[in-house]
Design a protein around this ligand. Structure first.
Ligand code: CA
Length: 226
């Protein structure tokens, strides 16, 4: 056993996979590679990595399918890797539940920086257990959110959003505030990215409880928890 964070790199181009793994290991991560989408779900179930770097175009199963599969049972942070910038909007629209996106070609340094930033964000939210409002319970140690005793199947970003709303019910958060609290690395993401995550969160709350308006959109301002 060791306490290194482990990263699963799913990438079918051997040179890229080897390069990323080298950089991750130099930064004290444990890195493992898979070159086929079909093997990912079982591997994650067995090995419970701390983060998955998931290429979109893969033999076996493509990254979209794999991401959905993982989200069926896991909140492991996922960074999707795509070869095209314009693909990212389409991916966001698909509500895959990935936490971040990186475009090829990328520098290995950038990949490592993104991995670290995402792990920091996840870690940060584990440190403040037990907020409750509206029948919502956020357990930041177990990374579980329940509402009316129903467990919500949230991505790490959605979980952080939920924790933020629950922490200050009634407060209206602007998109900029939500961004800065969710992405502490100072990264700029578009309003659409924030809207997309909030939309997914509302959809999941609605599906679990039928409470459509729990998170309300305040026109021209942002969002609040009722
Ligand atoms: Ca590929």
């Amino acid at each position: 056993m060791n306490d290194q964070a482990s990263v699963l790199v799913v990438e079918d181009e051997p040179k890229i996979a080897a390069l990323i793994c080298d950089y991750l290991r130099q930064s004290s991560f444990a890195a493992h590679t898979l070159d086929n989408g079909s093997a990912v779900d079982d591997w994650v179930r067995e090995n419970a990595p701390d983060l998955v770097l998931l290429d979109l175009m893969l033999p076996g199963k493509d990254g979209l399918t794999v991401c959905r599969e993982l989200r069926g049972h896991s909140t492991v942070p996922i960074i999707m890797v795509t070869a095209r910038v314009d693909e990212i909007d389409r991916l966001l629209g698909l509500e895959l539940g990935a936490d971040d996106y990186i475009c090829k070609p990328f520098s290995p340094r950038e990949v490592v920086a993104r991995v670290k930033a995402l792990l920091r964000r996840v870690e940060m939210l584990k440190t403040d257990p037990g907020a409750a409002a509206h029948g919502i319970v956020i357990d930041e140690n177990r990374f579980v959110a329940t509402i009316d005793n129903r467990e919500l199947d949230l991505t790490p970003v959605e979980f952080r959003l939920m924790a933020l709303f629950v922490d200050q019910p009634g407060r209206v958060f602007s998109r900029e505030q939500l961004m800065s609290r969710i992405y502490r690395d100072g990264r700029i993401v578009s309003d659409r990215t924030v809207d997309s995550h909030v939309k997914n969160l509302r959809h999941k709350i609605d599906a679990a409880t039928g409470r459509k308006e729990l998170i309300r959109s305040i026109y021209g301002v942002g969002y609040k928890l009722e």
